[in-house]
Design a protein around this ligand. Structure first.
Ligand code: NAG
Ligand code: NAG
Ligand code: NAG
Length: 827
């Protein structure tokens, strides 16, 4: 039929084609000798199957009368007879598949009956197949599951399509839509069924394409060709063929060392191209991870979050490296790895540490500035600024820090040291780092100073004054001197000694000795004021340092007068006359007649030498009296005739000391008639006496006489003149004009004046015991003065003038003396 189609298909209308078919088969049936018609199925209603009248030999005009009719049921249904033309026409639609199913030939028998005469005719109608059915699949969609690892060549049977048409109109082939992985083969069964099969040509990768959508087409052989399709969905089943992949090879994070447990440090993430369990990832620390890491960090298996677990410390671990493994849950599982670097960020959590590497103590106090005391270093385990340490020392201390190599310092002296002011220093060293906020620590270095003998002993007083009574028992403590030395140890151990000097040509060490340990000074024998009134001791205090230092002090020893001398009668001389002296006086003497003058001296001084005279016994107590102070014996009344010519007076001479010392002298007086005044005699005697006696007696006489009243002054002047004369000739007197001129030197002269309150004038001359003292004294009488006596002292020794002043001042604490230093004019 293909050639017909090729020629006619497009040029002839459909009904003409059918007509042509009708004639062809009709012709063929007739020839066959049977009344048989072949018609294609699905003819239109009214289509003529065949001319019954002609084929059955009937007359058309008779057909009405003979009532030609179809009697078989199937015939009645599909066909009818056109009685006017004698033709068999299609009455209803004829579907061959309905009538004959898949039988290769489909014959529909017809029975025709005609009356007059009744005849039965059998007609066979063959229904010819036309391609009126498309191939179809039972399931329009089909899912094929293929594991992705299946090797190429594997076959997967598909569903065959159905086509009710037969023969050539039934299914001829299958086609598959274009794809990269599959081809189609058709497998023919023995029963003629054709079964399509998918054949894998290239390996599948679910990760690339998990689902392949194919269309299977079945084609029949009819004309026109008919086809049917089915959707084939190839689902690639996952195989765990992908390892988890981390997003990064190495993860980096910074975490503060202060981070508390639970703080998330970082988050790792891996992906797995597989699906399901094969793609479900869990994170773990890699197998070789150290215990340290395990103690410090934790990883959340499901999320990959790394959190702090332990206490981090930048100082022990600055950078931590470890690996993380990601595992899927496939079987077998696959894993992936990544590295992690966690930098632990320093926090200023370490206070600087001060380390004293070496310390020299004690330090001599005379150490030069710059002497190294200690080597100090600072340490701070923090890094960067947090570990940058600066050291400082309290600015008030005499020390400073000299930086040397990194973080090392030397502590050196920065000023003079004085152990006596400060025997130890607590040097406060502070270390501060540069962190924010900075941390500080302190250390106190105790520097002790070593004593150097730089202080001499110092006496408690520059000079000492001691008063000691004469005649005291030897061996007593005179005084104690003491000195202190601010140094320490042997440098402060003081020993006392007495420096050798001479006192009255004798070494002072024979007078006193000193306890070298405590400075107590002892006398070695008693002193006699009359011989020695004052002396100095040079005391030295010496420490035991090396070299030792010493200092001196002066001890002034004043011997205090004791009343140990009784008054000595000078006149009337008892020695010559055996305590008896005869005085003559005229009987004509009136009251107040000076009979004689008793003169006594006392070797003591002061009150102990303050002599008073008293009549102790008298022949006639009413006749004579003795002046208490001057010793002048005078008549109380005029001598009468009745008075005994020989009178006797016992005069007691007392000093004012305590206890009182006394002496007596007996004066015998002869009353004579016609005698002259005995003054000249007295004067004569008095004038004679001094020239004979020693200078000492002369002086005493002068002094005694100078203390007499106005009357005596006349005598004194005469005596003075006499003395001046005699001294020129003999040189034994103290008065010399040139000597007086010497005293013009203002600084070397001392004038001592006695207040003239009382009737007695008494001059005390320091060191006046000219026998025992090496000093010499000279006196000059001022002619201008009647009532005052001057004694000029010129110390012959080299004793300092000021010292003498102070000595005098100190030695006469209660005196009524006034001291005047003046330039004496004796012209
Ligand atoms: C860590 O800190 C350093 C400097 O302190 C910086 O250069 C680096 O980028 C930081 N890293 C991270 C992961 O933040
Ligand atoms: C010094 O030592 C002596 C003897 O031990 C003692 O008698 C004296 O009192 C001491 N002097 C002082 C001032 O302690
Ligand atoms: C103490 O006196 C001695 C003897 O006179 C003398 O050598 C010494 O220098 C004096 N010492 C002081 C500190 O004055």
């Amino acid at each position: 039929m293909g050639y017909i189609r090729g020629i006619m298909w497009n040029k002839l209308p459909t009904w003409q084609v059918f007509l042509w078919w009708h004639h062809f088969f009709l012709l063929w049936s007739t020839i066959d000798g049977q009344t048989r018609y072949s018609i294609p199925e699905e003819l239109k209603q009214g289509s003529v199957v065949g001319n019954l009248a002609k084929d059955l030999g009937l007359v058309v005009s008779e057909l009405y009368r003979r009532k030609l009719r179809i009697t078989s049921d199937a015939g009645k249904q599909y066909f009818s007879v056109d009685l006017g033309k004698g033709e068999l026409v299609v009455k209803d639609r004829i579907d061959r598949e309905e009538l004959c199913a898949q039988r290769p030939s489909c014959l529909l028998p017809l029975e025709l009956v005609i009356d007059n005469p009744l005849q039965l005719h059998r007609v066979e109608i063959e229904i010819l197949d036309t391609n009126d059915n498309s191939p179809s699949f039972l399931n329009k969609e089909k899912v094929v599951k293929i594991a992705e690892l299946v090797n190429p060549g594997a076959r997967f049977p598909l569903e065959s399509a159905q086509d009710p048409d037969v023969g050539i109109n039934s299914i001829r082939s299958y086609l598959i839509s274009k794809n990269d992985h599959f081809k189609l083969t058709v497998k023919s069964h023995k029963d003629g069924r054709k079964i399509p099969e998918l054949v894998l040509e290239k390996p599948l990768d679910r990760e690339k394409l998990p689902v392949h959508n194919l269309i299977l087409t079945a084609v029949d052989g009819g004309d026109p060709v008919r086809s049917g399709t089915s959707e084939i969905t190839v689902v690639v089943l996952d195989i765990n063929d992908n390892a988890p992949q981390f997003e990064r090879q190495v993860y980096e994070a910074n975490v503060s060392e202060k981070a508390t447990p639970g703080t998330e440090v970082l988050h790792v993430k891996a992906t797995d191209a597989d699906e399901g369990l094969n793609g479900e990832i869990e994170y773990f620390f890699a197998e070789q991870t150290t215990d340290l890491i395990l103690s410090l960090f934790d990883i959340e298996p499901s999320t990959g979050s790394v959190v702090v677990k332990g206490m981090l410390d930048h100082e022990t671990n600055t950078l931590l490296r470890f690996d993380i493994t990601a595992k899927d849950k496939g079987n077998p599982e696959m894993d992936g790895h990544c590295g992690v670097e966690i930098k632990i960020v320093d926090i200023n959590d370490n206070t600087p540490e001060i380390i004293v590497t070496s310390l020299t103590t004690p330090v001599p106090e005379d150490s030069a500035i710059g002497t190294v005391i200690a080597l100090i270093s600072a340490k701070d385990p923090d890094s960067g600024d947090n570990g940058k340490v600066t050291l400082s020392v309290s600015p008030k201390s005499p020390f400073k820090l000299n930086p040397s190599v990194s973080n090392h310092y030397s502590l050196v002296t920065n000023g003079p040291l004085d152990r006596e002011k400060n025997d130890r220093y607590s040097v406060k060293i502070s270390a501060t780092d540069s962190g924010k906020p900075p941390l500080t620590s302190e250390k106190i270095i105790l520097v002790e100073l070593l004593d150097v003998n730089d202080n001499p002993p110092v006496f408690s007083q520059p000079s000492y004054v001691v008063y000691v009574k004469e005649n005291h028992a030897p061996g007593n403590i005179l005084c104690s001197v003491s000195a202190i030395d601010p140094d320490a140890g042997d440098n402060a151990k003081i020993s006392y000694s007495i420096l050798d000097s001479k006192v009255q040509d004798v070494s002072v060490s024979s007078y006193v000795y000193i306890n070298s340990d405590n400075g107590s000074i002892y006398s070695m024998h008693s002193f006699d004021y009359e011989k020695l009134k004052v002396f100095q001791i040079q005391v030295q205090a010496k420490d035991q340092g090396s070299p030792s230092l010493s200092s001196n002090a002066t001890v002034h020893v004043f011997i205090l007068d004791q009343n140990d001398n009784a008054p000595a009668v000078i006149y009337p001389s008892s020695a010559a006359l055996g305590s008896l002296s005869h005085q003559r006086m005229p009987r004509s003497a009136k009251a107040g007649h000076l009979v004689t003058k008793v003169t006594a001296v006392d070797a003591d001084s002061g009150h102990n030498a303050w002599i008073s005279y008293k009549v102790s016994e008298a022949t006639d107590a009413s006749l004579f009296t003795v002046n208490l102070y001057t010793g002048e014996v005078r008549t109380k009344r005029a001598v009468s005739e009745q008075d005994d010519s020989s009178q006797r007076l016992l005069i007691e001479i007392k000093d004012d000391g305590e206890p009182v010392q006394s002496a007596t002298v007996t004066v015998s007086i002869l009353l004579e008639d016609g005698l002259h005044e005995p003054i000249l005699d007295l004067r004569h005697k008095s004038m004679v006496e001094p020239s004979k006696k020693t200078g000492r007696i002369t002086l005493y006489l002068i002094l005694s006489l100078a203390s007499v009243s106005l009357l005596s002054l006349v005598t004194f002047v005469i005596l003075a003149v006499k003395c001046m004369r005699s001294s020129r000739s003999s040189g034994s007197c103290c008065m010399r004009r040139s000597d007086c001129d010497d005293y013009k030197n203002p600084n070397r002269n001392l004038q001592i004046q006695l207040n003239t309150d009382g009737p007695i004038k008494y001059v005390e001359v320091l060191g006046g015991d000219m026998l025992s003292q090496s000093q010499s004294f000279r006196s000059c009488m001022s002619p201008m003065s009647e009532y005052s006596d001057f004694t000029l002292i010129k110390p012959s020794s080299t004793t300092d003038f000021k010292e003498v002043i102070s000595v005098l001042d100190a030695s006469l604490p209660d005196s009524t003396w006034t001291f005047e230093s003046q330039q004496v004019s004796t012209k």
